[in-house]
Structure formats: structure tokens, C-alpha cells
Design a protein around this ligand. Structure first.
Ligand SMILES: [Zn+2]
Ligand SMILES: [Zn+2]
Length: 241
């Protein structure tokens, strides 16, 4: 008697994947081959690596040359946060993953992306707060990407998450194309602390830190609400010096 051929585990998983996530990898167009960070394929996801090159000790701006120390803007205008700790450079697969998460609204990517952030050497914190979105932006996207990342980090570090720790009032102009001065003017008064953070060490979570203007504006407000130390945790750092 011939044995019944059973589908292999691999074929079964592929079948389930095709039903659940009929998709191809946004980076290389190969068929999605996993559930963890779908729609990205294993090969592309493995290319997301932490930044090990030189960068500013305070704001984490990557240095072009093998320089060490603190960048010019942190010296000239010390930020209200003590440090930015970011996972990678906003480039390649990491940029594609953040884009898919935020703009293609693939919400489930917060878990694998948040897990990358949870690997960072983050200091112990009394609370985790996320960079907020305006109500209109939140309505449009359906979720706050930084808050979802913060959720994963809070769970991993066992620090309490304050989802309304920071609120964004109204709309601000897109930051693209503005000078550093215009960026901070644009964000002046944009953020409000939802509670007192007196004497607390905070972890402020952002998805991408570009010029640092948003992180500065948020940290300033958290400091005004009494926070004694603010460390910014970011998934990616854009911009080079
Ligand atoms: Zn791929
Ligand atoms: Zn710096």
C-alpha cells in the first residue's frame, strides 16, 4: 500500500503565508518566507544591522570621518536630552522597513522593529514616553508608530509606558525643507506633557531621528514637566556630518 503523501512543513507554512499575507518582500521582491517580519524576506531582514561607526556621543549623528566625540550643534546648542541611542542608519532595508511600517501602514512590523530597539543598551528608566502624532495624522495612519515601538520597549525593559505622556497640539508644517532655526520655530509649543514627570528618568521613543528638532522639542517639554533625565531611543538615525 502506498503511503499518503503529506504536505511538508515548509509547503504548509508557505500555503498559510500566502493566505494570510499574500505579499512579496518590499526590498527584493522575493516571495515572503516568514511570519515574523513579513512581508520582508529572511535574507533582507538579516541585512538590518546596528550602526557601529563613529557618531556624536550625544545626538548620535553619524560622522563621515572616523571622528569621535560631540558634534558641532550639540556643542553650540546642548540638547535637552542627555543622549540619543539609535539602532541603525536610516538606509537600505531598515529605511524600507520603516517606510512599509509607516506609509504602507503594515502595523504588525512594530513587533520585529521594536525587538531590534529592545536590543539597544538602554539605561533603566522610570517611564517610557513616545513622540506623539497630531490627531489628524493619527486618524490618517490609524496608529502612532512610535507608541507601538514604545510598547515593545516598555515590555522588554519592564518600565511603565505612559501613552499620553506627551500630546501634540494641532498641525505643524512638514519639517522637510526648513532650516534648523525654522524647524525649532515650527515645533515651538507643539508638544504638551500630559502629566508631571517630576524627578523621573525617561525614555523618549521616536522612530527616526533626523535633525533632532522633534526630539529636542519633546525633551524640552518633558524637562519642563519635571523630568530629571531624558534619553531618546530611536530605531534609525538619519543625516550625516
Ligand atoms: Zn527580500
Ligand atoms: Zn550631536
Amino acid at each position: 500500500m502506498r503511503e499518503m503523501r503529506r504536505p511538508s512543513a515548509g509547503r504548509l507554512i508557505t500555503g498559510i503565508l500566502e493566505t494570510l499575507y499574500p505579499s512579496v518582500c518590499p526590498s527584493c521582491s522575493a516571495r515572503t518566507d516568514n511570519l515574523l517580519y513579513s512581508p520582508f524576506c529572511r535574507n533582507c531582514w538579516s541585512m538590518i544591522i546596528p550602526h557601529r561607526g563613529a557618531s556624536c556621543r550625544i545626538c548620535a549623528t553619524p560622522f563621515n570621518a572616523a571622528a569621535a566625540g560631540i558634534c558641532g550643534s550639540c556643542i553650540k546648542d546642548p540638547p535637552p536630552f542627555s543622549q540619543v541611542i539609535s539602532y541603525g542608519i536610516y538606509d537600505s532595508v531598515l529605511a524600507a522597513a520603516i517606510h512599509a511600517f509607516k506609509f504602507r501602514k503594515i502595523r504588525r512590523l512594530y513587533k520585529p522593529l521594536g525587538s531590534l530597539m529592545a536590543e539597544l543598551p538602554l539605561p533603566p528608566a522610570d517611564a517610557v514616553v513616545a513622540v506623539p502624532l497630531s490627531a489628524a495624522c493619527l486618524r490618517e495612519r490609524g496608529f502612532n508608530q512610535s507608541l507601538l515601538l514604545a510598547k515593545t520597549i516598555a515590555a522588554a525593559t519592564r518600565a511603565p509606558l505612559f501613552p499620553d505622556g506627551l500630546l501634540k497640539k494641532g498641525e505643524t508644517l512638514p519639517q522637510i525643507g526648513l532650516t534648523a532655526k525654522e524647524r525649532s520655530a515650527n515645533l515651538r509649543g507643539a508638544f504638551t506633557a500630559g502629566r508631571s514627570f517630576r524627578g523621573m528618568n525617561l525614555l523618549l521613543v521616536d522612530d527616526v531621528v533626523t535633525t533632532g528638532a522633534t526630539a529636542r522639542a519633546c525633551a524640552q517639554e518633558l524637562a519642563r514637566a519635571g523630568a530629571s533625565r531624558i534619553v531618546v531611543a530611536a530605531l534609525a538615525r538619519a543625516g550625516t556630518l
